[in-house]
Design a protein around this ligand. Sequence first.
Ligand SMILES: [Zn+2]
Length: 159
Amino acid sequence: MSSTPGGGAKVAAALPAEAVKISVDPSTEPFWQAARERRLVAPRCADCGTFRLPPTPFCWRCQSAAVDWTELSGRASVYTYTVVDGYPGLPGITLVPVVVDLPDAPGARLVSNVVGVDPADVSIGTELTVDFHPISDGWLLPVFRVFRVAGQPAQERRA
Ligand SMILES: [Zn+2]
């Protein structure tokens, strides 16, 4: 475990709700509506089966506009990440922006944040599970918590 000069272990946080505002359009609104119901979904081309995240109006592979919204398990793993100390107006915050692989949406990746863990316990391949964090205007943002730290048993998922 790493520690800050103050002595306490660092814990990756999410930004305060008022710091995150989203805008939705017809191609992204189903994603955000599902998140508001604490469900993680991904758009999958109804013609060729390609997952397309971030959501797009047309399939990059076959140009179809037809889409099926597929509910995912919420399991993910770290594809890449970074650790950010401080944010404008929040000098004490630690953020861990992450790009995750989604095992049940092959080929799709999602940009998010890992929260609730010492950044020293995050590495490429770390297993994650989705959680939902309040943001502006009543929306919920999908974030990820560590499901299993290498060499340790799985953590209990918080309600
Ligand atoms: Zn397609």
